[in-house]
Ligand binder design. Structure first.
Ligand code: FAD
Ligand code: N01
Length: 539
């Protein structure tokens, strides 16, 4: 079988893989993306469910390295809809002329490091074979949909869908009785739209979530001009901020203001919408007392927005601290429960028993349905990597190394797996940040590293186990200073039965993390072992 030789193989054609391929071109290296989907876009290719849009403002949820495009592109809304983001990604791919090096409809099944040649042998389900010096896993943090194993699903006589595999042609809900399982960010975005289209919508809720209004709307020409003028400063600020945001970070504690001041600040942040709310006070995610103030405020808002007091109570999250499950951002979510054609079913008290041919059985009650939508999330951060049989030095299996939870140096590389990089991997800020900022930081760092290795004629780079262990201890220690571990979330792998409970992202902040990565590189890749080409000892 023919093997294609490359300098760099990249798995995944989302924002990460696309930028990495562009970087290969600028470094003069041959690179190719292998993508499982039929086209580019990653998250924005797969998640086409009604209501899908970003919840980080589009002006910042876009590449910063394309200075001309940044000025030319006109985002129509504050939070762009999925189709617009996908159009942007396709435009970038064409503008940078990357398409010829993107191979779609090919899933990487195996990546094996050869200790003698120091190269990765990569195989796909389409039967292709590649050999590459560097292997970049741009496989996405939220790219492996989680479909819970509901008994009886195969007998359901209607149609069912997972939001992460939404059909390109869309789904017609008109005159249908629709059921949706899941009330995370996805459910909360799609429920209001489905309710408008369907004859009847039944929402099966296991855990209510905190959601803040998006206050989405068109971006005026004036606002667009102001953003574009300020771009250099805003982007620079985002890069050194805690969460990749250009907006100012909170400095006051919720405990050091009067009740009236606190209420006023919360209200101001509520009116700004979305993640601005989390920035009301510096200690919302670290102090239980401060967090309780946020809980009480948002509960009051939910009770104001929902007419039926019993439904409102069901929608008020009471089992986890505010913001420790990823905060949801909505347009008319709570108000949707005021509609006559929407029912909310609590499947925490009485769980879903099974799917029956005509609908969903909860306890002894069958809810008759024509369509079921599973908005049940993802095997986050590790799922896509664990689905590939990755073998490092001496045939070491990635799946074995991570069997008790991921271990990584800086969330970017793993001891025993030379020249393999994980973009926004566990142990990096990734999903706790504006991902565009984190993706660009990782790709810039990886490209600089590769440029250094090539210039210095190095064969391999890989983390030292000690450096990896020290980093993981730091990741865990910082996480323990926050309230995240008091919540059963996908951040901890708690949504996947049997997944080890480990806090996956790094809470230390985007700006601080960038400094650490830059410092490691400036010190000659401290904590990494580098092997010269043509043999010799690791340095
Ligand atoms: P992805 O976009 O996930 O791309 C990974 C690609 O790798 C996929 O196309 C997948 O098919 C491919 N792949 C995986 N495994 C294989 C394999 N074995 N072989 C071949 N191909 C493979 N982040 C924000 O910061 N702000 C937001 O507003 C925001 N909104 C989001 C909304 C939704 C609905 C979701 C699900 C996520 C959102 N995110 C958001 C997170 C989002 O995933 C990132 O912002 C970003 O798009 C990730 O880009 P990526 O290229 O790293 O990964
Ligand atoms: O997934 P989730 P998501 N029976 O895991 C429920 C990003 N994103 O797709 O909480 C009944 O958050 C589950 O219940 P519980 C963002 O990072 C961003 O919504 O486990 N219910 C939960 O309600 C986000 O965090 C946007 O009790 C079951 C839901 O399914 C991430 O992607 C939009 C169940 C899953 O919620 C994932 O979001 C969309 C079962 N067996 C996504 N199993 C933006 O707005 C699961 N559930 C930018």
């Amino acid at each position: 079988m023919k093997t294609t030789n490359l300098d760099v193989i990249i798995v995944g054609a989302g924002f990460s893989g696309i930028y990495m391929l562009h970087k290969c071109r600028t470094l003069g290296l041959s690179g190719r993306i292998i993508e499982a989907g039929t086209d580019v876009g990653g998250t924005w290719y797969w998640n086409r469910y009604p209501g899908a849009r970003c919840d980080v403002e589009s002006m910042t949820y876009s590449y910063s390295f394309l200075k001309d495009l940044e000025q030319e592109w006109r985002w129509p809304e504050r939070y762009a809809v999925q189709s617009e983001i996908l159009r942007y990604i396709n435009h970038v791919v064409d503008r940078l002329d990357l398409r010829d090096d993107i191979q779609v409809e090919s899933r990487v099944t195996e990546a094996v490091f050869d200790d003698t040649t120091n190269r990765w042998a990569v195989a796909t389900d389409a039967g292709d074979r590649f050999s590459a010096k560097y292997c970049i896993m741009a496989t996405g943090c939220l790219s492996t949909p989680n479909l819970p194993q509901f008994k009886g699903l195969d007998q359901f006589e209607g149609d069912w869908y997972h939001t992460g595999f939404w059909p390109k042609e869309g789904v017609d809900f008109v005159s249908k009785r629709v059921g949706i399982v899941g009330t995370g960010s996805t459910g909360i975005q799609s429920i209001p739209i489905m309710a408008e289209q369907a004859d009847h919508l039944t929402v099966f809720q296991r855990t209510p979530n905190f959601s803040i209004p998006a206050w989405n709307g068109p971006i005026s020409d004036d606002a667009d001009r102001a953003w574009k003028k300020a771009y250099p400063e805003l982007r620079a600020r985002a890069r050194v901020s805690p969460v990749g945001s250009p907006f100012e970070s909170p400095e006051i504690s919720a405990l050091e203001v009067s009740d009236a001041e606190r209420e006023e600040i919360f209200e101001t942040r509520w009116q700004q919408g979305a993640f601005n709310f989390l920035a009301a006070f510096s200690d919302l995610l670290s102090s239980k007392e401060a967090n309780q103030y946020a809980i009480d405020f948002v509960h009051r808002k939910i009770r104001e927005r929902v007419n039926d007091p019993d439904i409102a109570e069901l929608l008020c999250p009471k089992d986890h601290p505010f913001g420790t499950k990823r905060l949801c951002v909505d347009t008319n979510y709570y108000e949707t429960y005021n509609r006559d054609n929407v029912d909310l079913i609590d499947v925490r008290t009485t769980p879903i028993k099974e799917i029956v041919p005509t609908g969903i059985l909860v306890g002894e009650t069958t809810y008759p349905l024509d369509v079921i939508v599973f908005a049940t999330g993802f095997d986050a951060m590790t799922g896509a990597l664990m689905n590939i049989d990755i073998r490092g030095r001496g045939g070491m299996a990635f799946r074995d190394k991570w069997a008790d939870g991921p271990s990584s140096y800086l969330g970017i590389a793993v001891a025993g797996f030379p020249n393999l990089f994980t973009v926004t991997g566990p142990g990096s800020p990734s999903v706790l940040s504006n991902m565009m900022v984190s993706i660009e930081q990782h790709i810039d760092w990886i490209s600089d590293c590769i440029a250094h290795l090539e210039a210095a004629s190095m064969a391999t780079i890989e983390p030292e186990q000690d450096a990896e262990d020290t980093w993981m201890a730091h990741v865990n220690q910082v996480a323990s200073e926050f309230l995240y571990e008091d919540s059963n979330t996908w951040y901890l792998g708690a949504n996947i039965p049997g997944k080890p409970r480990v806090f996956l992202p790094y809470v230390g902040g985007v700006g601080h993390y960038r400094e650490v990565c830059d410092d490691v590189a400036a010190k000659g890749y401290e904590g990494f072992a580098l092997t010269p080409a043509g043999g010799g000892s690791p340095a």
